[in-house]
Design a protein. Sequence first.
Length: 206
Amino acid sequence: MILTPAAAAGPVRSGSPAGPPRISYNRSLAGESGVGKELIARAIRQLSPRRDRRFCDVNCAALPDDLVESERFGHARGSFTGAVVERRGLFEEAHGGTLFLDELPDLSLRSHATLLRVIQQGEVRRVGESFTRKVDVRLVTATNRPLGHEVTEGRFRQGLLYRIGVLRVQVRPLRASDSRTSRRWRSPSGRPRPSAPARAPACHTQ
């Protein structure tokens, strides 16, 4: 699979200045574990108008159920035990840039509902606050399960599937490609080509 700058960027609002805010399609990446979905998500950011803005990533499977909302949307001081200072969530951290949600189906249906609202409204509300904040985020999600089957089984919201998968990419393992594919990613010495360093700050939640 080859990503060109135009394909990665998605449509851009006519007459807008260089850089965010931009109209960007959300991407949904599917493939078995270990095929490099995060590398593709970073390539999408690097080839888009958001390349100089922050790339934030989170492994949804590692988020405790009682902290999911706080991690994604932030919280106000004193909103729950241990919230001694106010904190921005991942959507605010990624404002203007790209947010990568890995293993999205591992979130609960309730979390799917709040995520759907954020995508539809373009705003978040921190835990413990009564007002919302606007966010502009390109969303890239990844899963190792067929989301259509998850919807049929009642484990994933159909509305969210449509919102996150405006453009869907099926990532095949390298073993499914011919030998020429692996040679493209090697230098003349036979060693893997080094990846280009990121040009924007990143934030991580594992």
